[in-house]
Design a protein around this ligand. Structure first.
Ligand code: AMP
Length: 197
């Protein structure tokens, strides 16, 4: 395990000092404290498997400091977010599926900042709803590079709440953009259409 010095900033307290309300939306704070879930851990981040994976490979990279959401981010966080992205690339590099995206939901449901690393097969029984699909295949999914650009250009993350409307859009294949009428049809289609690189 890496011995990198903590990137904790003066405003971000360690996650372990937080009280956990027990509400489902705070479950990622508990995951940071539960070492049995850690695929990787260093002084500033942990990597866990998403509890309800929406693809064959679906990981979350979590900071060990309390960064509640995207609104809390400043330029000061760019080095940490860059290292989280680099770690996600390392964690996924030996996967049998090679095509991944790395990014954030525009309006996350879970407290504590988290970077998704998700393979693009979307072959998972936990992917059940239009909302699940659209959250990973429309503008609602904000690539790590785009988020870093916002921080470096504006010093903050743009308001992306308007992307919530994407969640109710019609289902479209993420590869060829054909419309599909429901999740079973979509899954059958992408099992043929998605060709891993
Ligand atoms: P979002 O907040 O929209 O970026 O998505 C939260 C992600 O966290 C989803 O992909 C969930 O499947 C996942 N998730 C929810 N609860 C847990 C948990 N306790 N441990 C790990 N992953 C979780």
């Amino acid at each position: 395990m890496s011995k990198r010095k903590s990137a904790e900033t003066k405003d971000d307290p360690p996650v372990k000092k937080l009280t956990n309300s027990g509400h489902w939306s705070q479950g990622l704070y508990a995951a940071v404290s539960d070492t049995s879930l850690h695929l990787y851990s260093d002084d500033e981040m942990v990597v866990i498997k998403d509890k309800y994976p929406k693809a064959r490979y679906h990981y979350l990279v979590l900071p060990k400091t309390k960064i509640a959401n995207l609104n809390a981010l400043t330029k000061e966080h760019i080095p940490l977010l860059t290292r989280m992205y680099e770690r996600a690339k390392i964690i996924t590099k030996d996967s049998t599926v090679k095509t991944f995206r790395y990014g954030y939901h525009a309006v996350p449901s879970m407290g504590l900042l988290h970077l998704h690393a998700i393979s693009q097969d979307f072959d998972s029984p936990s992917l059940k709803t239009k909302k699940h699909w659209n959250s990973f295949t429309t503008e609602y999914f904000v690539d790590s590079h785009r988020l870093l650009d916002m921080l470096s250009n504006n010093g903050k993350v743009d308001d992306m709440t308007h992307h919530s409307k994407r969640l109710s859009e019609d289902l479209k294949c993420h590869v060829c953009r054909v419309s599909l009428k429901n999740i079973p049809t979509l899954k059958a289609h992408i099992s043929k259409c998605f060709k891993d690189c």
